[in-house]
Design a protein around this ligand. Sequence first.
Ligand code: CDP
Length: 244
Amino acid sequence: MGGQDATMVLLDENGIRCDGRKIDEPRRIMIKAGGLKNADGSAYIEFGDNKILVGVFGPRDVHPKHMSDTDTGILRVRYHMEPFSVSDRKNPAPSRREIEISKVIKEALEPAVMLEKFPRTAVDVFIEVLQADGGTRCAALSAASVALADAGIPMRDMVAACASGKVADTIVLDVNNEEDQAGQADMPIGYMPSLEKITLLQLDGVLSPEEYKKCVEVGVNGCKIVYELQKKALNDKYFGTKSD
Ligand code: CDP
């Protein structure tokens, strides 16, 4: 976490961050629904310099069969970073971090997906991080929701995700990689806007109770921005003029 020097670089006297953004400004976000012919549903997201592709398969038979549940469907999520997605080549073998992120994304999606509607089956979500620049779990979770909707999986709501954090003693929206490394706190949030329910909340760093509340508020507002773009992506594919 950053000290005084990092503080001065991360936020200037005009409240402008290291990448030129204001404290409540997200990075550029582009979401596209569909695109993968062989998947039942798919989505692509660019969130700042993050580039992530998601493919959804199912509901389909579970192998091995004993992994299935007679009462409900199951959701399986694999978050995977390409070796070339970061500046230091990443070992292609699944890392502890990828296993953890797969688990938190699965748990963040489960409240949204009506798994009870397709017992004995599985829905698989494959997340490929092509380029990473801080905040991949939020970007991946947002794209996964769109890919699930694109696959026609019944859902209560989409999960929109965005991080907030503390940089130079200030609560900011959408922490980038540099801020994540040198900042004071990072709080990824997943939120279902229509249901007003948080499904993911992690915190790396230390916050006072007031800062914590502010971080949640700022992060949820970011999720609402992402949600509009998720809906737009689906509207563009299914009701828009763009061909896919
Ligand atoms: O990506 P996210 O912020 O959700 O997770 P993180 O574990 O906080 O990782 C922050 C960033 O570190 C990633 O987005 C990557 O840009 C970078 N990273 C890296 O450079 N090399 C790795 N092996 C893993 C992550």
